[in-house]
Design a protein around this ligand. Sequence first.
Ligand code: UFG
Length: 331
Amino acid sequence: MAILVPGGAGYIGSHTVDRLIEKGFDVVVVDNLATGHLESVNDKAKFYRGDIRDKEFLNDVFDKEDIDGVIHFAANSIVPESMEKPLKYFDNNTGGMITLLEVMRDHDVKCIVFSSTAATYGEPESIPVKETDSQVPTNPYGESKLMMEKMMKWADVAYGIKFTALRYFNVGGAKMDGSIGEDHSPETHLIPIILQVAQGTRDKLQIFGNDYPTKDGTNVRDYVHVMDLADAHILAMNRLLKGGDSQAFNLGSSTGFSNREMLETARKVTGKEIPAEDAPRRPGDPSTLVADSTKAREVLGWKPQHDNVADIIASAWKWTQKHPNGYEEED
Ligand code: UFG
């Protein structure tokens, strides 16, 4: 019995693979290494390099391995990039899901946990955001993931493939020993950028937008620790393997932090000055995103262990200090 993890060499994927192994699962990782890092994949996982849009390749993996469920991370996930290259997102994200569901159907694999996003809601109708709120994405990334949720819904109706869509809010942090962490190239996410400035590999932070209708004019986001997120995937997979029905869950901390508050917290955690300046708004950014994660706590029994941003930033700082150039030096 094995869990297939497409995208298991990416940031959230590699932390989930690590946790799955720790919990005794057999894990098969599929990744094209377009953005992932082989070094981030736990040695005990079986690794296949390839693209999920390549049906022959994927069929071959399903033929060779005894797959019981899929935890699907393989996707592009950079909001600003998706504004410039929307078709890349519909090809890789949405297109990849078609092949994956076809191959699951053909091999009678009936469980999928899916890496969805708060970006499927767009500019929320009210805060905190509930799973039942309307989903009107403001960028192609969110749209591509919403289409993937809808594909799974109809694949359930037609083929009985049960899904759990986990809608992440803002993910941060690293494994507590700093051995694996976040490394994107180019980096666009707030926490790693702040920490690059703290360690001196970037000059300054630019804060995108200071005139949003928020407490200090900067965007407000809801941060969740990557290891807590990993745990939620395992709880969701166990629930599906036991016959659970298809559902969507928000994963966040239910507390919002502004970009300026994140900067101040990072200054305290690192003890560094971290120069910053105000910059124009970034296209596609909703003003405020904060989750109501009650359903995940009640239905999945999810209990986040690191529910404050100082902890999240501290673990990311540990990773940054241990790996000042990310995985680069190990390539
Ligand atoms: N930001 C800056 N300066 C930077 C980088 C980011 O001010 O150099 C700001 C952004 O404008 C935004 C906030 O920091 O207000 C967070 O930005 P991130 O890029 O870290 O994260 P996003 O909120 O854009 O997106 C993240 C994930 C998406 C997910 C979304 C849902 O990357 O996959 O959260 O909340 F959809």
